[in-house]
Write a protein that binds this ligand. Structure first.
Ligand code: NAD
Ligand code: WQD
Length: 342
């Protein structure tokens, strides 16, 4: 079975492509490389001893997508391609709506024309918005995210639900990721943010290799056990395996049509201070930090109720916080400049 992976050169997409290849799927990656490099694809090919059909292209380019669907016998699509920086999305909202929402519309339109009905979407815990209390469970009403990035995920979920009502053959899976971290255990592929990292783990890892002076902890006065925010961090390889589980589930249930949402998380919250200590323990490097005011838009705490993914997909996380830190450090210390050789 041939799977189209949009955004497959990126962080989560490259790990997922690796798992798909290892499971025997054929993979076509479609990516415009706006936040990634071809080197990740080359390394996945080396790690799996299999080849990937790579097409450089934009999901907003319907003509280029048409060519892909004409040239390849695609059975299903995993759609990662998106812009994902929460802060930036408030500065250039139109770019986010164009890239994420319009890009998804283009992709779904071309899929529909080619009668490709399996669609797995990279959604996010952000769709639960600010109103809901943890643990987040799929039966909760979708919230109202405070930033354009989060709004694009809510909008795309809505589009997919409407499409499934109109097309009785459509099979959609919304995977709502919590906080993916870590890297493949080889240390050959991992997260390679451009510029200053927005997220906690990449920032900590860059402090550890001397690329950043110190970590800024955004707020230690939350009403949480140690005053810092709690998040549900999950290993990117567990997350990647979740995509394979979702695809296997679709293939093993040919009668399924409609849309199902699944939380992918561990079910446990970990604080910023706990992450810093765990990383220090894994790497043997001390992480200097200062405390700064809270970051706008941060929620004090949230984590997943991941029992639906366990019961329906047979998926659960296998790797713990220590594995996440060890693998992050292996990747970052072996590749201080990410995929670029500079
Ligand atoms: P990433 O930036 O590493 O990967 C996204 C990939 O999509 C990149 O390779 C980029 O070049 C490509 N891309 C972006 N716009 C494109 C376009 N218009 N056409 C073609 N390719 C395009 O990000 P990631 O962390 O791997 O995230 C993958 C998906 O998961 C995204 O949809 C993101 O919103 C979602 N997600 C990520 C997280 C997270 O914390 N990393 C959490 C929840 C959801
Ligand atoms: C985690 C904790 C920060 C950086 C984001 C998106 C979310 C999802 C995953 C895509 C928070 C603290 C961080 C730093 C810090 N992405 N922190 N210093 O905000 O939970 O989630 O990524 O869908 O939508 O919002 O992740 O890693 O940015 O922050 O103290 O330099 O670390 O305040 O408490 P977040 P994060």
């Amino acid at each position: 079975m041939k799977v189209l992976v949009t955004g497959g050169a990126g962080y989560i997409g490259s790990h997922t492509a690796l798992c798909l290849l290892n499971k025997g799927y054929e993979v076509v990656v479609y990516d415009n490389l706006c936040n990634s490099s071809l080197e990740s694809i080359k390394r996945v090919e080396k790690l799996t001893s299999r080849s990937i059909d790579f097409v450089e292209g934009d999901v907003c380019d319907k003509a280029a997508l048409e060519q892909v669907f004409t040239q390849h016998d695609i059975s299903g699509v995993i759609h990662f391609a998106a812009l994902k920086a929460v802060g930036e999305s408030s500065e250039i909202p139109l770019d986010y709506y164009q890239n994420n929402v319009f890009g998804s519309l283009c992709l779904l339109d071309v899929m529909t024309k080619h009668q490709v009905n399996q669609f797995i979407f990279s959604s996010s815990a952000t769709v639960y918005g600010e109103e809901n209390k943890p643990p987040y469970v799929e039966t909760l009403k979708i919230g109202n995210p405070s930033n354009p990035y989060g709004a694009t995920k809510v909008m795309i979920e809505r589009v997919v639900n409407d499409l499934a009502i109109a097309n009785a053959d459509f099979k959609g899976v919304m995977l709502r990721y919590f906080n993916p971290v870590g890297a493949h255990e080889s240390g050959e592929i991992g997260e390679d943010p451009k510029g200053i990292p927005n997220n906690l783990l990449p920032y900590v890892a860059q402090v550890a290799v001397g690329k950043r002076e110190q970590l800024t902890v955004f707020g230690d006065d939350y009403s949480t056990p140690d005053g810092t925010c709690l998040r549900d961090y999950l290993h990117v390889m567990d997350l990647a395996e979740g995509h394979v589980a979702a695809l296997d589930w679709l293939n093993n249930n040919p009668g399924f049509t409609g849309v199902e949402a699944f939380n992918l998380g561990t079910g446990t919250g970990t604080s910023v201070f706990e992450i810093v200590s765990a990383f220090e323990k894994a790497s043997g490097v001390s992480i200097p930090y200062t405390i700064a005011p809270r970051r706008a838009g941060d929620l004090p705490e949230f984590w997943a109720d991941a029992s639906k993914a366990n019961q329906v997909l047979g998926w659960r996380t296998k790797r713990d916080i220590s594995d996440m830190m060890i693998d992050t450090w292996r990747w970052q210390s072996a590749n201080p400049n990410g995929f670029s050789k500079a």
